[in-house]
Each structure stands twice: as structure tokens, then as C-alpha cells.
Design a protein around this ligand. Structure first.
Ligand SMILES: *[C@@H]1O[C@H](CO)[C@@H](O)[C@H](O)[C@H]1NC(C)=O
Ligand SMILES: *[C@@H]1O[C@H](CO)[C@@H](O)[C@H](O)[C@H]1NC(C)=O
Length: 768
């Protein structure tokens, strides 16, 4: 998982492999690092027989010893290789070289969800009527546990004949690991091994096998078969199934226990395009860089050009503003919300108060009597002891007590282990203001309960002010029907989109908190070495979990509408998303306890049943994306990098990002500068959009509701009539705004309706 330390995966990866990390760094200093070399293939000198000779000769011109790790044909024209900084500089200056891009390490960003999404009923209908089993979902992740029941292929017919993928073999993985459900499995480790040295096959599989759990979780969420009697230790018990339970799944293992390297990611996307996936699910993210420098964005662009919908996680950098990654407009960027399920646990303290939180602990019950409670910060000799970092607790002061550990810094489950290891009897995981009331349940190794900020503060106050504070911990199993739900998860990365402020991101939210899905047999549910338990389902959280929900739902839509473009499918998911509860109130943000905004949930929470019949879609073609690059004033070289084609923007054409046909509206507005310098006149901006009819003939009327009285919104025309399928109609929206202080935001909502379909778009204003 990505960007921060709130979720156990990233941290797990980093901590377990710290040794390897250090080795990698040393090696880098001594000599070389990996670069992705983008070649200007259309300008290959005629003297070369083929492009591979040319790549090779270019490489040999700077280094006799360098070998190509991969050659790329879709994601880039070019190759990856190990070079010294000097060699890379020199290579970049050679003719025919577009860009020499240093490799970046990316990070990975979880049975109720079908019912929560309203699919319980619809799915039965879908299975009978659609072509879901023709749809192939490619998942770039940590691989799979192929023996998992979610990959049972009972009842699935022949593999689609167009499929060109393979079941690559390696340790613990052979060709019989694949079947008619898991139809492809590949791994890409050259970049990882170039950085860290050869994979130690005693601890990690050099094969598509998942040693981490993350990839099994994401791929079974997207396309897992129906498995009855699924649960984690009895929690969340029920029937588990992926969002598209009859779609085919192909895994591309690009993440290993030390992380995900861009040379491997690029190779994975390259092959997935060749193999013929329809949807690409990537719960991976780096940062937010220009599209032409971001290999995930570039790879996704080519995939989109091949008709593949690319769905990625928004990131776990919330609730900070502008914490998004994967913001390219051709990508479907998914934030995370809660579902209506909870795993309550309680702590009762000496003064009679009881606080409720969550837990997935299932071991020996907590004794039926109170025990002393201490704050980790008071029983540690280390300044970061309050976080319960490994080795930081004083055994003498912890033994036989319940320890309050603050959230953040290291994995939540590790804190529990640290307390247990120091002789503690229980743990309270305390939220601070960064996490607010967001509760994430974990399968702790000792009796533990996660508390929200308010309860945590009250508990600490009690512990600090009472001579002999005591507490008890009890557990409440699984609770369904929790309201309100969904709420936006605190960790879910937020807009505004700092890269292209006119494109609203994230696009939408989907279930990402306490999600049950398949797990690896290689590690326990906490992922810790010290966890000997093995489970076939695990409950985890992150935008990594919401992303494959949308990937699977996109596969459902693709099955129902095989001829829809990726942009049309994304539009259907977005314009039918909901942003209010049944009582009409706006979805809440758990970080603040207040109504969330489009910067938090984009178009809203996914509603797959409605998405199957959106009425109208905002389609976009490759030409539209090229025009988007022109609007960003990209140079021909930058366009070539981002889109791998020669394209010259027409100097006579007025390209505008405001006219890019997106299903939502983000409207950055100028702020009048102070001291009488700036203009106080209202600012007017005009956006244009084109909708395509994918429903029956009909007449749509527009309606706008606004919470921003300072902006006048005019839509022209106000009525759009369609007589045919795929007929297109355009409209404009003019925003006229009085100046507001910089940093002000405002929101509105635009809706086309024919009385049957509601085609809704959020509008987000930001004064900058
Ligand atoms: C391949 O996998 C099957 C099923 O797991 C197993 O029975 C067989 O021994 C494996 N073969 C090899 C060569 O590993
Ligand atoms: C424990 O730590 C808290 C917070 O740092 C502090 O306010 C309190 O005085 C400490 N208690 C003891 C007994 O040291």
C-alpha cells in the first residue's frame, strides 16, 4: 500500500526487507541503477535492420557491459538497462533517444460487498445473460495463490480464443497452477533483481506465486469465483465472491517483498496488452508527476488505446488535500469508503465507562477481570515508544498489563505483537487527529481493540489521572447494517488534482475498509513473521481494496456492453454513482465527521446496477487525449513519450482542457489579488461536453443544484433530444464567478435526466 505508514502492507514490505534495502542502496552507490530508455522509433536510422539492433547499438555506444533487462513495445518504444549516472547522461544525448528515465520504486496501495453494492439480485440476472466469461481482468500486483478456492473454474467454458497469455512456471508454480478461471500468470522480476540481487527462493518465489497476500486479495476481489462458507476466524462469514465472478483473471506479478519497480511494472503492462486483457487493475502508485514521466500513466495510456480499461487506487495519503496519485484522465482513479459491516470490540475501564472500537482478534478470550492499563509512552525508554515500535517497550513495566499504543509509524498489527512480545496482556490502538474516528479492524495476535480519537483521548485522560487505572477488553463479533455507510475513509487520498486542476479526481469511491477476500498460504493474516496462523480469507483495508472492486465492476459492464470504450465504461460508473444516503444527506467524511465533497469522493460511490444502464455517456477517444496533451502545451517530444506517436498540435486550433470530455467538472477560478492590484471583475469560464446516447431514444433535461451562490452556472442548451443509439449531442456550461479568497472551495451538481436515467456530474470549484 502506498505513501504513508497507515496500512500494514507497505510497512510490512519495508520492515521485513530492510536488510535487502540497504544492500540495494550500497550497490547503487557503487555502480549502476536501472533506467528506462525511451527511443524515438519512428526516426530509426535506415542503416539498422530492426529496432532491436538499433536499441542494442545505442546501448553499446555508452557501455560495453550493459545488458537490456526488458525491451518494451507498447508502454514505451525502448528498453530498460543498468547504467551509471554518467552513462545515462551520455546516452540521453545520443540521437534517437527521447528520454532516459531513472527507475522508480512504487508501492502497493479488502463478503459483504456484492450485497452492499446491490449486486446480490442483479448478479444472478447478469450471469445468465451477459458475456462476463469473455472478459479478462489483468491484475498487476504481488501474484496469486493459485490453489485458492476463489480460482475454482467449475462451470466456466473454454478460455476465449483471442487470449495469448501464459502460465509461466517457476518455483512453486507450474502450468497446472492455471485453469479456466486463472487463465494467465506471469512474473517480472528483472528490475527487482537488478536492484536487490537475485531473489532468495527460500523466502520468496521467483514465480507468479503470491508470498504477500495483497495480490490474491485484489485479484479475488475483482474476479474471484463464488465461495460459500468464507470467513476470517468466523468474522464476516458468508459467501465470498469477486465483483465479476465469471470473468477470467490473469495475474502479472510485478511487486515483490521489497516493492514494485517501474521497469517490471512497464514490462507487466506491456505483456498484459499483448496477451489481450480487457481490464487492468493496478493497486499500485508512485507519486504525482507529469504524465509523460509517469510509467503507470504512460502504460495506462497505451492500454487505453488498446481498448483496455485501467483502474488504479487513488492512494492512502488522505485525509491531506492533494494527496492523489494516478490522476491521468484516461485512468479510473478509485478512492475508498466503508461498508455497512463492522467488527465491534469494547474496553471497559475502572470508572465504569465503556468505549467501543473494532477488532478481528479471535484467540484466547481476555480474562474476565480488569487488568492495569498503561500508556506506551510511559513504559518505554525510547522517544517513539508511544508508537510501540519494535523493541521500544520496557518489559518490566509492561508485563501483565494492557498497553495503549498510538496509531501511525509502524503497522498496526506489529504494535500488537510488540506488546505481546514484551509480556503485555492486551493492547488499545489509539487514534490521534490524523485518523479521527476511522477504525480499521485487524487480526491481532493478542486481545486488542482499535479506538477512535475521542474514545482514545478519554481513555488516556483516565489512565493519566487515576492512581491505579484498569481496563477489560471484550469482543462483539460481526455486526451488519451499520449506518451511516458508506463514509469516506480517512486514508483515502483526496483532491484537488494538483497536476491538472481542471480534471476532478478521484473519479469515484468503492468499498475499501475491512474487506474480506482471498489470502495467500505463505503468511498469516497480519503478514508478520511472528504470525504462525494461516487463513484462506483475510480482512484488510486500503484504496488497494477499492480499486479491484471497480476493476471487477468494469468487467461486468464490459460483459454487458462489449463494444463500449474504456471512457464510456468509466463514464457509466461515474454518472450513476451516488453521493447521498437514502435520507438525502451527503455521504460523510470520517476524517472530519462532516459531509464529504467531490474532492473526497469524486462522482460519488459506485452503484453497479445503475451503471449497467447509464442512459448517456461521456466518451473519449485517443484523439481527445492527444488534444488534451495539446491543451497542456506538451511539446511533440513529450507527446511522443506519453502517447508513443508523432502528433503535432494544430497551431490554429484552440485546445482547452476545459473542453476535454470528462464526466465531471473541476473548475479552478482566479482569485483577485489583494491590495487593489487584481481585477475584481467576475471571472467567466466555459466548459464544453459531448454526451453519447447509449439508451433508448429520449429527451433529457438539465438541472443544476449549487452550494456556491457566488458562481452563476448556465447550461446551453437545456434540453437534449436523442432519436438513435450512439447519437451525440454537445452542450456548454458557463461559470461566472465573483472573486473569493484563495483556498476557498465550492460545489455544485449537474444532472441530465430523461425521467428514467439520471446522468449526474459533480462540479468542484477552487479559487486559486
Ligand atoms: C505441478 O502442480 C501440480 C499441482 O499442484 C502438482 O501435483 C505437480 O507435482 C506439479 N509439478 C511440478 C513439476 O512441480
Ligand atoms: C504519561 O505520559 C503522558 C503523556 O506524555 C503524561 O501526560 C503523563 O504525565 C505520563 N504519566 C506518567 C506517570 O509518567
Amino acid at each position: 500500500m502506498m505513501l504513508n505508514f497507515k496500512f500494514f502492507h507497505v510497512v510490512l514490505l519495508m520492515l521485513l526487507f530492510f536488510g535487502k534495502y540497504a544492500m540495494g542502496e550500497k550497490e547503487i552507490q557503487h555502480s549502476k541503477r536501472t533506467y528506462i530508455v525511451h527511443m524515438d522509433k519512428s526516426n530509426m536510422p535506415a542503416s539498422f535492420e530492426n529496432h532491436l539492433n538499433w536499441y542494442d547499438s545505442s546501448l553499446k555506444s555508452v557501455s560495453d557491459s550493459a545488458e537490456m533487462l526488458y525491451t518494451y513495445k507498447h508502454v514505451a518504444h525502448g528498453f530498460s538497462t543498468r547504467l551509471t549516472a554518467q552513462e545515462a547522461d551520455f546516452l540521453a544525448k545520443q540521437p534517437g533517444i527521447l528520454f532516459v528515465m531513472p527507475e522508480v520504486k512504487y508501492e502497493l496501495h479488502t463478503t459483504r460487498t456484492p450485497e452492499f453494492l446491490g449486486l446480490g439480485r442483479a448478479n444472478t440476472i447478469l450471469v445468465a445473460s451477459d458475456k462476463q466469461s469473455d472478459v479478462i481482468i489483468g491484475v498487476l500486483d504481488t501474484g496469486v495463490w493459485p490453489e485458492h478456492k476463489s480460482f475454482d473454474d467449475t462451470g466456466l467454458g473454454r478460455i476465449p480464443s483471442r487470449w495469448k497469455g501464459q502460465c509461466e512456471t517457476g518455483n512453486n508454480f507450474n502450468s497446472s497452477s492455471c485453469n479456466r478461471k486463472l487463465i494467465g500468470a506471469r512474473f517480472f522480476s528483472k528490475g527487482y533483481e537488478a536492484a536487490f540481487g537475485p531473489i532468495d527462493e527460500k523466502t520468496e518465489s521467483k514465480s507468479p506465486r503470491d508470498d504477500d497476500g495483497h495480490g490474491t486479495h485484489t485479484s479475488t476481489t475483482a474476479g474471484g469465483s463464488v465461495v460459500s462458507g468464507a470467513s476470517l476466524f468466523g468474522f464476516a462469514s458468508g459467501t465470498a465472491r469477486g465483483m465479476a465472478p465469471r470473468a477470467r483473471v490473469a495475474t502479472y506479478k510485478v511487486c515483490f517483498l521489497g516493492g514494485c519497480f517501474t521497469s517490471d511494472i512497464a514490462a507487466g503492462i506491456d505483456r498484459a496488452i499483448d496477451d489481450g486483457v480487457d481490464v487492468l487493475s493496478m493497486s499500485i502508485g508512485g507519486g504525482s508527476m507529469d504524465y509523460y514521466r509517469d510509467i503507470v500513466a504512460i502504460g495506462a495510456f497505451t492500454a487505453t488505446a488498446h481498448g483496455i480499461l485501467v483502474s488504479t487506487s487513488a492512494g492512502n495519503g488522505g485525509p491531506s488535500q492533494g494527496s492523489l496519485s494516478n490522476a491521468a484522465p484516461w485512468i479510473t482513479t478509485v478512492g475508498a469508503g466503508t461498508i455497512d459491516r463492522d467488527f465491534p470490540a469494547y474496553t471497559s475501564i475502572g470508572n465504569g465507562n465503556r468505549y467501543s472500537g473494532v477488532s478481528l482478534y479471535n484467540g484466547k478470550p481476555f480474562p474476565d477481570s480488569p487488568f492495569p492499563i498503561v500508556y506506551a509512552g510511559n513504559v518505554s525508554d525510547s522517544s517513539s515508544g508511544y508508537l510501540c515500535i519494535s523493541g521500544s517497550l520496557n518489559r518490566r513495566k509492561v508485563a501483565g498489563k494492557i498497553v495503549i499504543c498510538d496509531r501511525g509509524g509502524n503497522p498496526r498489527v506489529e504494535k500488537g505483537w510488540v506488546v505481546k512480545d514484551a509480556g503485555g496482556i492486551g493492547m488499545i490502538l489509539a487514534n490521534n487527529e490524523d485518523y479521527g474516528e476511522e477504525l480499521v479492524a485487524d487480526a491481532h495476535l493478542l486481545p486488542a481493540v482499535a479506538l477512535g480519537q475521542k474514545a482514545s483521548d478519554a481513555l488516556k485522560k483516565y489512565a493519566f489521572s487515576t492512581p491505579n487505572p484498569t481496563a477489560k477488553i471484550t469482543f462483539g463479533g460481526t455486526q451488519l447494517g451499520v449506518q451511516p455507510s458508506p463514509v469516506v475513509a480517512a486514508f483515502s487520498s483526496r483532491g484537488p488534482n494538483e497536476l491538472t486542476p481542471q480534471i476532478l479526481k478521484p473519479d469515484l469511491i468503492a468499498p475499501g475498509v475491512n474487506i474480506l477476500a482471498g489470502w495467500t498460504g505463505a503468511v498469516g493474516p497480519t503478514g508478520l513473521d511472528s504470525d504462525p496462523r494461516r487463513v484462506s480469507f483475510n480482512i484488510i483495508s486500503g484504496t488497494s481494496m477499492s480499486c479491484p472492486h471497480v476493476s471487477g465492476l468494469a468487467a461486468l459492464i464490459k460483459g454487458a456492453h462489449p463494444d463500449w470504450s474504456p471512457a464510456a465504461i468509466k463514464s457509466a460508473l461515474m454518472t450513476t454513482a451516488y453521493k447521498t444516503y437514502k435520507n438525502g444527506q451527503t455521504i460523510l467524511d470520517i476524517a472530519t465527521g462532516r459531509p464529504a465533497t467531490p474532492f473526497d469522493y469524486g462522482a460519488g460511490h459506485v452503484d453497479p446496477v445503475a451503471a449497467l444502464d447509464p442512459g448517456l455517456v461521456y466518451d473519449a477517444s485517443i484523439d481527445d487525449y492527444l488534444s488534451f496533451f495539446c491543451a497542456l502545451k506538451y511539446t511533440p517530444a513529450q507527446i511522443k513519450l506519453a502517447a508513443r506517436r508523432d502528433f503535432k498540435c494544430d497551431p490554429k486550433k484552440a485546445y482547452r482542457v476545459e473542453d476535454f470530455n470528462y464526466p465531471s467538472f473541476a473548475v479552478p477560478l482566479e482569485t483577485a489579488s489583494g491590495f487593489g492590484g487584481g481585477s475584481r471583475a467576475p471571472v467567466t469560464v466555459k466548459y464544453s461536453r459531448t454526451v453519447t446516447n447509449v439508451g433508448t431514444a429520449g429527451t433529457y433535461k438539465v438541472s443544476v443544484s449549487s452550494q456556491s451562490p457566488s458562481v452563476k452556472i448556465v447550461v446551453e442548451p437545456q434540453i437534449l433530444s436523442f432519436s438513435q443509439l450512439y447519437e451525440k449531442k454537445s452542450y456548454t456550461v458557463t461559470f461566472t464567478s465573483a472573486s473569493q479568497p484563495s483556498g476557498t472551495t465550492g460545489f455544485a451538481h449537474l444532472e441530465w435526466s430523461d425521467g428514467k436515467h439520471t446522468v449526474a456530474s459533480p462540479i468542484a470549484f477552487s479559487w486559486i
